[in-house]
Design a protein around this ligand. Structure first.
Ligand code: GUN
Length: 281
């Protein structure tokens, strides 16, 4: 079984990006800039944002974090986004989710210029991705996609089963694999025979947030299994895949932690660079 090392893949991707940023700096005499807006003091968000900032600096991007208290008014955040939209030194804008309840997430997402939407959450980018046009692609599914391609460069005709239909993961993952000519089944909480569907997959991507849902006897021999889950349990952090059981059947499997997670942040940097390059055209 191949243990898919997301940490190593992320290091390699960051190395490539660092070289690319250095080339862009020589060519344009400026570097891509990422601005993150962080509202409130949720611990996981604080940790993510700190990691994003550290990684951005490491590859040579300009990186800013704008922090607001939980009580900030929606208008203040929207006005800041409009200001960043006009700022040429800002290539990418990310508003860390989740947001406090009094702030309308959709309004915030739609305020970001699609060309600076490094999350790929703006409806314009969602539509472009599903139409097969150039777009920002959400970072987690992009990271999963790059890991799958490392194991199996030719995905044409493969059966992929996505567990979970979220806008963040399941839906964009489907689009990326469709583009590679996979036959994609998207499953969810109302799917009748989830085990039976999973057993058909040459590739399984589990992104539902249910601890160890995908069992060993749900997985076809030699399938590639990607685990997006991060679930806190009494045993510690586990994924959506029962790792020990599935590792006996799968050809390749991502661990949790150390699988998809590190690639997500590296892909955010990649998206920031892509936004910068498109803005220079
Ligand atoms: N919170 C957890 N994951 C994400 C992400 O990918 N993007 C944003 N903006 N917030 C998040």
């Amino acid at each position: 079984m191949i243990l898919i090392d997301g940490k190593k893949a992320a290091v390699e991707l960051r190395e490539e990006l660092k070289i690319e940023v250095s080339g862009l700096k020589s060519k344009y005499n400026k570097v891509p800039g990422l601005t993150v807006i962080l509202i409130g003091g949720l611990a996981p968000s604080q940790i993510y944002v700190r990691n994003k900032e550290k990684s951005a600096n490491e590859v040579g991007l300009k990186s800013d974090v704008i922090r607001y208290p939980d009580s900030v008014e929606e208008k203040t955040v929207l006005d800041k986004i409009y200001e960043l939209n006009k700022d040429d030194s800002v290539s990418g804008i990310l508003v860390q989710l989740p947001l406090p309840k009094h702030i309308d997430k959709q309004k915030v997402i739609e305020a970001i210029l699609p060309s600076k939407d490094v999350d790929g959450f703006h409806p314009m980018n969602v539509g472009n991705l599903s139409s097969g046009y150039e777009s920002s692609v959400p970072c987690t599914p992009l990271g999963c996609y790059l890991l799958i391609k490392k194991i199996e460069p030719n995905l044409s005709g493969k059966k992929a089963v996505i567990v979970g239909r979220s806008n963040l993961n399941g839906k964009p993952m489907t689009q990326l694999l469709l583009k590679e000519n996979c036959t994609v089944t998207i499953t969810h909480s109302k799917t009748k025979d989830l085990k039976g569907e999973c057993l058909k997959g040459d590739i399984i991507v589990a992104a539902v947030g249910m601890p160890e849902l995908v069992k060993g006897d749900w997985v076809k021999k030699d399938a590639i299994v990607i685990d997006v889950g991060i679930n806190k349990t009494d045993k510690g952090i586990v994924g959506d895949v029962a790792f020990d059981e599935v590792s006996k059947v799968a050809k390749a499997l991502t661990p949790v932690p150390g699988g998809v997670g590190p690639m997500t942040i590296a892909c955010l940097l990649k998206n920031t660079i892509e936004c910068f390059k498109r803005s220079q055209k």
